[in-house]
Structures are given as C-alpha cells and as structure tokens.
Design a protein around this ligand. Structure first.
Ligand SMILES: [Zn+2]
Length: 404
C-alpha cells in the first residue's frame, strides 16, 4: 500500500494512466531506443487528503540544466507575474522587503522587483534558467530549495519577508524540507505564497493532462491546510487564478502571526461538498477519464475516416499524458506543430509523433487541429481565426471531447 509523501499516512490509488515517458523529454530519433518510462498512477491520502503521484521520478531526470520551459515565452504569464510582484511587495509591512522566489525560472517575476529596487533572490535547479535570469538583471542562484539552501540564504542575505513559488511546489515530493526551509528563512511575520494547478479544477474539468511527472502533487485547500499545520504554519488566504487551466494561490503564515481571512474555510467547505477525497467520488473521476479516452479516440478515428487531415497544435508537456494514455501515435496525429525551435525536429515523448514548425503557407495547414494548449483556447482561436474561417476545425478534450 502506498504511503502519503506529505504526511506518511495511507494513500489509496484511484487512477492509473499507464506507462508514461517524461513529459518534456522530446526525443531525437536516436534516443527512442533508450527512452525512460514509468507507471503514472494517482493516489489520495486518507489522512491529509493530499492527491499525489503513486511513484516519484528522480528530480535530476526532470529539472536538469536543459529544462526547456521559460516563463517569458508566454506574454500572458509575463503579465500575470508582473502583477504578482506588485502584490508580493504589498504583502510586506517592512519598508525594505526581501523576496525569495523558489523556482524562479528565467526571472520573469523577479525582474519586476529588480526594476523597482526591491531586494530579491531567485533559486532554481536549472543552470540555464538561472543564467537567463541573471542576464535579465535578476539576483539568482542555482540550487534545489531545501533546508540547507534556506539556512545559507538566511546567513548570507538575512531573513525573507516573502518566500514565493509559482508552479514549483507541486513539483517537489520532499515538501517537508521545503516547508522547513521556509520556516528557517522567513521573518516572524513573513509569508510563504505559492500557486499551483488545483485539484478542484482538474476534478471539475477532468483535465487529466495536468497529471504528469512534474506535477507530483495536485494541491487543495484541504491538503495544504494540513501541510501547513504540520510545519507550524497556517493557511491564511487562498485565491483562485484563471491561469494554467485553473490554479489556487495559497498564503501561509506562521501560526498565530496573522489572522486567516474567510477564503480558506470557504474553499475547504467547497472541496468537502464536492467529495474531493471521497473514494467513491474519486472512482467516478477515473471513470470520467476513461470515457474521455474512448470519446477522443472515436472522434479522431471518425475524423480520419472522413478523409480529413489532422495535426496537433503545440507540443505541450501536458499533451504527453493524453497521447500516451490514449495510445495516440502518428497513425492518428501524423505531426504536431510548435513554435519552439528546441522541440522542432524531435519526436513527442512516448508516442513519437514528429514535431514540426508551423507551415509557411495556410494552404499547408491540416483540416483539423487537436488543441493541446487548451488552457489558452481563447488566445489560440483568436490568433488562428483565419484557419477556422477557411473551414478548419479544432478538436479539444477539456472540458469535453468535442469539435469547436
Ligand atoms: Zn497525507
């Protein structure tokens, strides 16, 4: 029986997404023979309600120097993080706040602080990302954030008023060490703020493509409240964010340091009403996921049977789960178009669909696109309005499998 990586209690498996590759491991053709795969299962802790993967991929396999994702590649996320930076400074009551970002990536958020002269430090496990951040004028260092790292930062720079992490905490199986690090680094009145894909949103949308190697945890206010309490913190605020397919931003303060607002209790009550830790409800979720697989395969096969050509739109990390779980290879989707030069000429992980640059001529576009970047549906459909005007169709699978 698996145990909860967060609290050690019993964790029940409720979803099996089969053998999966690393979601960001776009392959050169010669790498196919040695491709790494693992069993992607999902469990829910009976004690603290934490939803998590059933097995852990070694972190060095995922967050290495060549980790390809860059925050600044998305205009929408750049705007999001500029607003975050302003909010984080507002959190602090001190005149000269010190903000530490865990998983700072290319420094998109911290750049805003650097521009306004706010003391800051980014920590990231990817040497390349840290180099990009430093080049952008951001203070950053290459490390995994854990207790020893936090103690070193506190000794070198003083204690932090805010420790912030976006789309990073859910990547880290060893949360105990991160929480202990935050406790060692923060001032008495300091806050730990983090935002990650929310289990409620994944549950509501059956967006099972949010489940992949890098997303080890799918947090909820329920599980984060329990996590906070075990480490001398309290969840004092939670807010919903309409980014990355639906996220929650959690604000933790040391127990007794700040009064919780009304939002955490309200969110916990919503999660309880939905039954987000109830074994019967979780079994129902697994059935909805299986039904989506059937519906998506049926739609792709009927589209091909009508003689329509099909291509994938955007070689996203999260498309790996859908393609591999459904068993969709080049026979159903012959290629995936993506603007990222590093991915072009490579093969999608596990299913080995060629990734190509978008064709120069609209005449060479397929009849139907599968929208892997469904969380950017409005932006993409707006950008590609001519494609639809010319009779092009979109297939998406979140919230439902459908042609749009
Ligand atoms: Zn637990």
């Amino acid at each position: 029986m698996p145990t909860c990586r967060a609290c050690g209690d019993r964790a029940e498996q409720f979803l099996d997404l089969g053998r999966q590759p690393l979601s960001d491991a776009f392959l050169r053709p010669e790498e196919v023979a040695t491709e790494f795969t693992y069993d992607l299962t999902v469990t829910c802790c009976q004690g603290c309600g934490m939803v998590q993967l059933g097995s852990e991929v070694p972190r060095e396999r995922m967050f290495h120097s060549e980790y390809p994702f860059r925050t600044a590649s998305s205009h929408r996320m750049t705007q999001h993080f500029r607003a975050v930076a302003d909010r984080l400074v507002a959190h602090s009551s001190t005149a000269d706040p010190f903000v530490v970002e865990v998983g700072c990536n290319d420094g998109t958020m911290l750049r805003r602080l650097a521009e306004t002269g706010v003391r800051h430090l980014g920590v990231d496990a990817s040497a390349d990302a840290v180099r990009d951040a430093t080049a952008a004028g951001v203070q950053a260092q290459c490390a995994f954030f854990e207790l020893e790292t936090a103690r070193r930062i506190a000794a070198e720079h003083g204690r932090a008023d805010v420790v912030y992490a976006a789309n990073t905490m859910c990547h880290i199986p060893y949360l105990d060490s991160v929480l202990a690090g935050a406790a060692a680094l923060l001032t008495d009145d300091g806050v730990l703020v983090f935002e990650d894909p929310s289990w409620e949103d994944v549950f509501r949308l059956a967006s099972f493509d949010q489940i992949y190697d890098e997303h080890f945890y799918l947090f909820s206010a329920t599980s984060v409240s329990a996590l906070a309490l075990r480490h001398g913190f309290r969840l004092v605020d939670v807010e919903h964010l309409d980014v990355h397919g639906g996220e929650l931003r959690y604000t933790l303060a040391r127990s007794g340091a700040r009064e919780p607002g009304p939002a955490p209790a309200a969110q916990v009550a919503r999660e309880r009403a939905l039954g987000l830790t109830d074994p019967d409800v979780l079994a129902g979720f697994a059935e909805r996921v299986a039904a989506k697989r059937t519906a998506l395969l049926d739609l792709l096969r009927s589209t091909r049977a009508q003689g329509r050509s099909v291509a994938g739109y955007a070689a996203t990390a999260k498309s790996a789960t859908v393609l591999n779980y459904c068993g969709i290879g080049p026979d159903l989707i012959p290629c995936v178009y993506d603007t990222t030069p590093e991915k072009q000429g490579r093969l999608t992980p596990g299913t080995h669909i060629p990734v190509l640059p978008f064709p120069d001529s609209p005449d060479d576009l397929p009849d139907t696109f599968v929208l892997f970047a469904w969380n950017h549906t409005a932006e993409v459909l707006d950008k590609e309005s001519a494609f639809r005007a010319d009779g092009g169709r979109w297939i998406r699978y979140v919230p439902d499998v459908e042609e749009v």
